[in-house]
Ligand binder design. Sequence first.
Ligand SMILES: [Zn+2]
Length: 218
Amino acid sequence: MSFKGVVETRCPKGCEPFEAEIWSFINGGDSPELRESLAAQECNLILCPGCGEPFYPEAPYVYYEPQAELLAFVFPESWRDRRQVWLRKMRDDFAAFKKVMGPRLPGDIEPDVFFGPQALSELLGREDYRREEREVMEFVAKDLGLALYRVGPHFARRAGIPDCLPYAAQPPAAPTKSSLVAGLEKLLQTNDRLSAYQSYLAAVRADPAFSIPPAARR
Ligand SMILES: [Zn+2]
C-alpha cells in the first residue's frame, strides 16, 4: 500500500505558502503507476497555485519494492548539505520501519539513500533494463533446456550481477561453478548480446575463489 501526507510548502519563487498532498510512502510493487511516475521524475512534482511553477516540495519520501528487495529513502535535493544529519535520521526511521515490517523485510536489506529524484529514477531505469535482459535470457535458456537459479535481488543489484542465472543441470540439482559456466557458455553461444551475462561469465572464470551467490528467498 502507498500513502500520502499533507505538507505545507511554498514555491521557489516565494509565493504564498500552501498545503499540498504528496506521496510519503510508495510501494512500487502494488502501485506500478507510481513507480513509472518516479522513473519519469514526475512523482511529487506539484504546481504552485500562485504562479504555476512546477517544483518538488521539501519533503522526504520512502520507496519500497518488495520483489526487488529495494528500499530507498529519498530526501530533498536541498538537504544534501546536511547529509550526515539525514543519514542518522534515515537509520532511526529504518529501525522503526523494520519493526513494522517484521519478517516481511529481508534481514540483510540495506536502504539506499538519495537526495533529489534523479538517482532513484536512474536506478529504476537500470532495473528495467536488467529485467528486459533477464526476460530474453529466460526465453533462450528455456529453449536450450537450461535450469534457472534466482539470486537474491538485493545482493545481485549491489554486486552488479544478473539476478537470475542459467546453469546446465536438472533441478533440484543446485548450481555449481562448472554447471554455471557451462550454462552461461551455452546461453551466449545462442545469444551473444546479453552483456550482463557476458561480463558475469568473464568474472566467474577469473575468480578462483568463486562461490555461488545467495539464492532468492522463496
Ligand atoms: Zn509560485
